[in-house]
Write a protein that binds this ligand. Structure first.
Ligand code: SAM
Length: 377
């Protein structure tokens, strides 16, 4: 962990304050932050002055000037990172500890060498990946036009580092940017891993960032923050991992529900703003799914009234909807089961990539099973 000691010294020289925590290897998560002494709730663990952030303000002028004015901050940060020459590396201690290009290419679907595996991502993850690919292609087009000698893999590495290690930060200047482009890199704060539940408080002002203990921690316990209320499909595409327990997890149901709808039903749902985006979580199916299924259970005029008045139609309609949902879920479960079987026989990609997909589909199956059990009860 010598490189990490060097990173902490370098950060402290730049005004970063670190109390009672230190980086340690965490099985299955790379490195994370661990309490080095018993910590009390509300104890300040990390304080990072804005001057120690890597942001729009720190991008070298020659990088900024070479790129079009509307280039996204994500692309600017990535270009600045990728063009950082070994001899002039201001950020050498940070560069020494971040995941390698090979590590990121293994973990993150965008960089998986076998596109066959992309077909095995659950549909919501596939949609997220398509959006990510479009952003990456746009950023790379701008950067490669300005810096033709830059290797695509070097840019992709820097782009993925930026994607997985930035924090939201709003200043007078970034407030003018689109919400998801108000990003900064925080060497040291980027060592905290993610928790779906709880996690330390992360607060910022234009002058600094602070991370504060949300509760007491025992010495040696990992200290986490929450990256956001993300489903496992989101975590997989954006960060390259899935959580075993994730209260924000959900299963996309478009693949199960849309084939049940005729063209006229789809048109009606589209007209009312309820076509697609159907999900199931650990507790229930979403309101959008119920609206779509009600259309298959009641006459059209009655359905229109229910939608207009935000009503559920009472117990009788609910019982019909439940029966229909049960049939749809049992059918979709067989599709999920088939996907898991196919994955088990597949040889494309790397074993760990096939494994994370298999685990993800098993989680989906478990959430579907929970609902089936509830509906059958
Ligand atoms: C901001 S970095 C956190 C530090 C990182 N673990 C490291 O070794 O540098 C985010 C990355 O950490 C890993 N990570 C974060 N939280 C995790 C978790 N709960 N389980 C597994 N991996 C996690 C993922 O690889 C993610 O892309």
């Amino acid at each position: 962990m010598e490189a990490y000691d060097e990173l902490l010294r370098w950060a402290q020289d730049r005004g970063v304050e670190i109390h009672g925590i230190a980086p340690r290897e965490i099985p299955g998560k790379g490195v994370g932050m661990v309490a080095t002494k018993p910590l009390k709730a509300n104890e300040r663990l990390l304080h990072v002055p804005t001057s120690a952030l890597r942001s729009l303000e720190t991008i070298r002028p020659k990088v900024k000037k070479a790129l079009p004015a509307d280039t996204r901050v994500h692309a600017l940060l990535a270009a600045d990172l990728a063009l950082d020459k070994p001899t002039t590396k201001k950020y050498a201690p940070w560069n020494a500890i971040v995941p390698s290009a090979a590590d990121l290419a293994t973990a993150l679907p965008l960089a998986w060498s076998s596109p066959v595996l992309h077909n095995y991502l659950p549909p919501p993850a596939r949609a997220l990946l398509r959006a990510q690919q479009a952003k990456f292609a746009r950023d790379w087009a701008a950067v490669s036009a300005a810096f033709p000698a830059l290797a695509p893999d070097a840019f992709r590495h820097a782009w993925l580092l930026t994607n997985t290690r930035t924090f939201y930060h709003e200043t007078a200047r970034t407030a003018r940017l689109p919400h998801d482009d108000r990003m900064v890199l925080q060497p040291v704060a980027d060592l905290f891993n993610h928790a779906a539940d709880g996690g330390c408080e992360v607060a910022f002002t234009p002058a600094s960032f602070a991370i504060t203990a949300d509760r007491a921690y025992a010495e040696g316990e990992e200290v986490l923050i929450c990256y956001g209320r993300h489903s496992n499909d989101f975590l997989l595409v954006e960060y390259g991992f899935v959580l075993e327990q994730n209260r924000w997890d959900e299963v996309g149901l478009d693949e199960a529900v849309l084939p049940e709808l005729g063209e006229e039903e789809k048109r009606l749902l589209e007209e009312k703003g309820f076509l697609g985006g159907y999900v199931l979580d650990a507790k229930a199916v979403c309101y959008r799914t119920l609206v779509a299924l009600r259309l298959l259970c009641v006459p059209r005029a009655e359905w229109e009234r229910l939608v207009a008045e935000g009503e559920d139609g009472g117990e009788k309609v609910q019982a019909k909807v439940d029966r229909l949902l049960l049939r749809i879920l049992c059918k979709y479960r067989r599709t999920v089961e088939g996907t898991i079987k196919e994955l088990e026989g597949l040889e494309d990609g790397e074993p760990c990539q096939r494994e994370i997909l298999r685990v993800r589909w098993q989680q989906i199956r478990a959430l579907i099973d929970q609902t089936i059990e509830r509906l059958e009860y």
